[in-house]
Design a protein around this ligand. Structure first.
Ligand SMILES: [Zn+2]
Length: 138
């Protein structure tokens, strides 16, 4: 599953901000500290963590936390993303799986059902249905 990943950097040389957007799979995570300035080409840049992350950034980070088993952190991150994008099927699936891992059965069922309602043909749909069956909610 591919994710759009975006991060805001600040160039230490020309002092301007720039955004790097990449599409990647979460398990091929790489060191996002390495980038070159879009304006002057300098590699003396730093990540602006304090920038308000987009729903894509939050979704990607939340799913990485999930895959590392940090379900409590994943739930916080994915909930923030879901506030920004309430009708995103992938996000609902990620949140549902996180609730499932946290043992929050009712929340898991609601999120996974919502995910299927939004996009029943998504690449996540089969897994969402399997978990719903396991939770006795199919
Ligand atoms: Zn620069």
């Amino acid at each position: 599953m591919a994710h759009t990943w975006a991060w805001r950097y600040k160039c230490n040389k020309c002092r301007r901000d720039f955004l790097v957007v990449r599409t990647m799979t979460v398990w091929r995570w790489f060191n996002f500290q390495h980038a070159t300035c879009n304006h002057c080409g300098s590699s003396d840049v730093k990540v602006k963590h304090e920038g308000r992350p987009s729903k894509h950034v939050l979704d990607t980070l939340g799913w990485i936390q999930y895959r590392r088993g940090a379900y409590v952190d994943a739930e916080k991150t994915l909930s923030r993303a879901a506030d920004k994008a309430p009708n995103n099927a992938t996000l609902r699936y990620h949140l549902g799986m996180t609730y499932y891992q946290l043992g929050r059965k009712e929340d898991a069922i609601a999120s996974l059902k919502r995910s299927l309602q939004l996009d029943e043909k998504s690449t996540d749909a089969a897994e969402a249905r399997r978990v719903l069956r396991e939770l006795g909610a199919s």
